[in-house]
Design a protein around this ligand. Sequence first.
Ligand code: SF4
Length: 255
Amino acid sequence: MKYIYGPVSSWRLGVSLGIDLLSQAEKICNFDCSYCQVGRAQAVSIDRRVYVPTQEIIKELKELPDVEIDYLTFSGRGEPGMAKNLGETIEAVRTLMLKPVAVLTNATLLDRDDVAEELALADVVVAKLDAWSQQSLLMINNPAAGISFDGIYQGIKRFRQKYHGQLSIQMMFVPENKEFAEEMAELVFEINPDEVQINTPLRTCGVSPLSQEEIFRIKGYFQGLKTISTYDVKQGKDEPINVEDTAKRRGKTDT
Ligand code: SF4
């Protein structure tokens, strides 16, 4: 398997089979988050293109042994929205597997109509929001040139208005943003997502995770919205088909 990984036990999506439409040696991402566990690499600002043809994904899925899964999840080594065949592949895998499809995105491309339309084909979209201003975006997510906090935030709000599936906002809390949780919650109330996922980097990276007490204090600012935190769920055991390839992507805190 070159492009499919897992299944992994996800604290948000149950048993999830990962699909990596980028599948390059280096991550392909227009962010370089301080806590990224795929590995740190300069954020790239390149136009969308096909990295892995849709037929190759379908071929691997057809060769898959019998596995019980809850979701097919587009994630992996970078931002799935940078793959030009994201929408086409979402439709193809759902038809083949008859399973709900989730996409984990850093939301940087949601202000583009083509990307928003393709993401809207998924049953669940999990959009990242770790910042509350341009300065904090630069500090935490290290975006490629031209990416603005306002573009991301307005893109998510606009997507919320049109999207009929489940929109979850994923927020990674780290020492740099923990004192701004109230401001961040106000932004999220305006989006009015179906769910807020409150995370902290528990897997090894260069950033220390927040304690359970700190995360539960932060959760308090989101009262009135459906929330789930990484400390609420007991992590299940991963039983991937391909251990090494899964580890390359599973390092990512997003999955
Ligand atoms: S955590 Fe996700 S969005 Fe952030 S740099 Fe890594 S792959 Fe990109």
